[in-house]
Write a protein that binds this ligand. Structure first.
Ligand SMILES: [Zn+2]
Length: 88
């Protein structure tokens, strides 16, 4: 289990990878590449090609359910997160 603590103090604990606060940020070009390769991908018994294309350049995102901050896995170190909050 992993967890991430928001700057507001809310703890986002990951148990199933299906938590509502978890997102992925995927470049549109990667999604278009997946769509373009879909015929080949869907015939694969294992989804290796899909996960490889999907994970390429993907960023893990947490959206805090308490304060709405967006925490984005850092480009420099994916084990750290950059925090963003809505401006008025
Ligand atoms: Zn928060």
């Amino acid at each position: 289990m992993s967890k991430l603590v928001c700057r507001c103090g809310y703890i986002m604990a990951v148990h199933t990878m299906e938590e509502d606060f978890l997102y992925d940020l995927i470049p549109q070009k990667n999604m278009m590449e997946i769509v373009g390769a879909w015929e080949r991908i869907r015939d694969n018994e294992y989804p290796d090609d899909l996960t490889e294309l999907y994970d390429k350049d993907a960023h893990e995102i947490y959206i805090c359910p308490s304060c709405g901050r967006i925490l984005v896995a850092s480009n420099k170190n994916p084990n750290t997160f950059d925090s963003y909050i809505k401006e008025d």
